[in-house]
Ligand binder design. Sequence first.
Ligand code: SF4
Length: 472
Amino acid sequence: MNSLHLKSFIRCKRKAWLDFKGEKSCEVWSPHKAIDKINQFKIFSQFCNGEIYTGLKGCENGYQGVIGLKVKENFFKNINAEIRPQLLVRTKGKSKWGPYKYLPAVYKLGHKTTKEHLFDLAFSSIKLGTFQESKIEKGLVISNLGNKINVEEIYLNKKLRKKVLNVLLSLNECLEGFMPEITQDRKKCTICSWQKFCDKEAKENGYLTDIDGIGSKTASILKTNGISNTQTLASYSEKKLGEKLSTFNNQKFEKASIFIKQAQAYISGEPYCISNKNVTNSLLEKTSSGFYIFDIESNPDDKHDFLYGFLKINNLYTKKEDLSYEPILNLKNNKMESYRQIIKILFSHKEWPVLHYGETEKIAIINIAKKLNLSFEEIDSLISRFIDLHILIRKSWILPIKNYGLKTVSSWLGFKWMQKNVSGSKALYWWIQYQITENEIFLKKIIQYNKDDCLATLQIAEYLLKDQLKKN
Ligand code: SF4
């Protein structure tokens, strides 16, 4: 086992086990991991003024920063473990290499220092101390907040070291045993490379957390009331369930009805129509003389939207290949120019609604309009044109799917992306690659992906309107 297994174990026991013993062909490449690595290297490099070297040679030569060192040793109770410090930072002292020593450092995304960071540092320090023949009292947590490098010193006291040794014992036990259960907190699964593998098992075993809206808390309430899987939930009485869901206060019967219908749809594969007449009539009326579909690609850590895509639909009967799509790149040095282009497009058909999926697009446009000093009236009229299809689909349908994200809904409708295994994080990964290499191929991939997102949104609009379209 190594530092990476320890990190995984703190998040999800099963992930540590799968990383160690799982069938590698079931693991899917994760753009999150790759983005994290790139950011990590960038910040470490900045922190060490570019003086970074790899492996043992780096330590022997006394470089300011050393990455990629691996130290494998027998820990205790015959546990073999390998430390892989993310970064070693040279500091004053005396070690076997000369008049200096190294401190372990980890990279942190965001504000919160978690157990993952503390345990990683403590784990590295235990072996690194003996390896470099110099004691380690503290470790560093390095982050980039608002484009400024921030360093937090963590004192690696006895208590923390003891805690980490206990965690190592449990990790060792876990790795020697059977595969642990799927985590209760399925939110953790969204960025996990084993998600597909675990999702399959969860569906086969009727996991309650597969039902949209049911998190670990609700699942445990249901279990204490004898509802342990989706099958039991699907055949339960709405009234009886409502009585058990007092945590939802006056929404309890409404929630009970939705959970049961969602479970029924999930098992049968059949969608359930809540009531979509008003929704679709109004949507059809608003879109009849043309509309835009709007989708953004962003880097949430940087708070930067790097691509705005517009699909122009004169009428719903136009062939997909004849639709015009306009991508607008938001390069950091021409921000205002891209904002002006966006508003120009939106003002070229002032009466057209703007269909989008999720709240991000509307918020982005409000911010752009404010930056361009548009009047209150102009901003209000812009906002009134935005129609969020995510809200509409949830209002009118219960679909046989696990969540109502754009990818899940449109994939269920049969939409196929031109590029395989794509996601918003993959687009962000391409964007980062483009910034590093300036290779246009990455831009092409992002643009194709965004265009497909717009077309996927269009497919959802068509689904909402399908009965009306048939009539005409
Ligand atoms: S997908 Fe979820 S349950 Fe499976 S290993 Fe990852 S975090 Fe754990």
